[in-house]
Design a protein around this ligand. Structure first.
Ligand SMILES: Nc1ncnc2c1ncn2[C@@H]1O[C@H](COP(=O)(O)OP(=O)(O)O)[C@@H](O)[C@H]1O
Ligand SMILES: [Mg+2]
Length: 347
């Protein structure tokens, strides 16, 4: 074995918390911020909004209910966490600034609304050049060109708030959050709403990163369609509240959810195999790698076991896997990983 490819025996230093670093997970469904400004460490806003024609009456109601909104001459925009309640109150579907992991080109308000939501989570930097890492999807089907635009728009906006803003691959953020004790060596997977992201990391360096254009929204959309449902709300609520992937499905809805969950997992595992086979320059590694799962789509009961079963069922894997585990807090792992990356750079 070549010397430079060996794992060094000493551990990677884990940075001590210092104030001023910020991590931001910019997801299709939710935006999560992690920093040292509050004891809970993370804050979350839905990445969604509802627009209604402006009227004094509705504005009064919104003010009474202390809802977060913006009025321009023609419309009222309720955005972030309040958009869920307001959407069901008005009986409309909330709109999304992002789609499939990136800024939504079909949504003319996308940049403006995302800026409003981000500013609720991270106001201006307290001092100049405070380091902020934001999550970025990996390359993948249907992503490559648009990714350049998405990254540049976010970086410009975050820089305008006074941050030294840098992108971090979302799968790598999961590695930073969960694999400190393994010298940041292993496979991080984030199962989101818009897509899933993977990073294979050696000693904190991402060696393979990619995304697949399937996630929770893909499951909702397809199950809704094959069952002929009018909209995806019922499907999503059933998925989030009752789905148990370890039990045999009991009706058409849970059967369809199982089918599309397996589809997402199979696509991800097949892509991981293909990426390992295609990459010729992986460091030689003398130990088995852990896999860590995170993201909202990984939350149903039985998800971890399903992932393990499907990994084994596919036959021998190109590398040895030591274990598959769930992130400590699957919904905030990406933001925490971005925060750890930012902390490690604070002077
Ligand atoms: N308990 C749950 N069970 C199943 N799916 C869930 C659960 N909670 C959230 N989700 C799904 O997770 C997705 C959002 O995950 P998240 O990690 O927040 O995504 P993103 O990174 O795209 O913002 C949505 O599709 C949502 O329906
Ligand atoms: Mg995410």
């Amino acid at each position: 074995m070549e010397e430079k490819n060996q794992m060094p025996a000493n551990k990677v230093e884990v940075p001590l918390p210092k104030s001023g670093a910020v991590g931001l997970d910019i997801g299709t469904s939710r935006i999560v911020a992690a920093d040292s400004s509050d004891s809970k460490l993370t804050r979350t806003e839905l990445n969604a909004f509802v627009a209604v024609p402006a009227s004094d009456m509705i504005e009064q109601v919104l003010k009474q209910k202390h809802m977060v909104f913006e009025r321009n001459c023609k419309n009222l925009y309720v955005y972030g966490n309040d958009s869920d309640f307001f959407a069901s109150f008005m009986n409309v579907a909330a709109r999304r600034p992002m789609r499939d992991g990136l800024l939504n080109p079909q949504e003319e308000q996308s940049q403006h609304i995302m800026q409003l939501i981000v500013q609720r989570l991270v106001p201006r930097a307290r001092r100049n050049n405070e380091v902020l890492y934001f999550s970025l999807p990996g390359k993948g089907e249907g992503v490559n060109g648009k990714l350049v635009y998405h990254q540049a728009v976010l970086k410009n906006f975050l820089s305008s708030l006074g941050y030294n803003a840098k992108p971090l691959n979302e799968g790598q953020a999961v590695v930073f959050s969960e694999l400190q004790d393994e010298n940041f060596t292993g496979i991080g997977v984030s199962f989101g709403g818009g897509m899933c992201n993977v990073s294979v990391s050696f000693m904190s360096m991402p060696m393979i990163t990619f995304s697949i254009p399937k996630g929770g929204d893909y499951i909702d959309r397809n199950v809704t369609e094959v069952l002929g449902e009018a909209n995806s709300t019922k499907v999503r609520l059933e998925k989030e509240e009752h789905l148990d992937l370890s039990r045999a499905p009991k009706d058409d809805l849970s059967r369809a959810l199982h089918i599309y969950y397996e589809d997402v997992l199979q696509t991800l595992i097949d892509s991981l195999r293909a990426e390992f086979s295609a990459s010729s320059q992986l460091p030689k590694i003398d130990r088995a790698l852990p896999v860590v799962l995170a993201g909202g789509t990984a939350r149903p009961a039985g998800f971890l076991q399903k992932f393990e079963q499907m990994l084994v069922a596919g036959g021998e894997f190109p590398i040895e896997i030591s274990d598959v585990r769930m992130a400590k807090d699957p919904l905030t792992a990406t933001a925490r990983g971005c925060y750890i990356a930012a902390m490690s750079e604070m002077k």
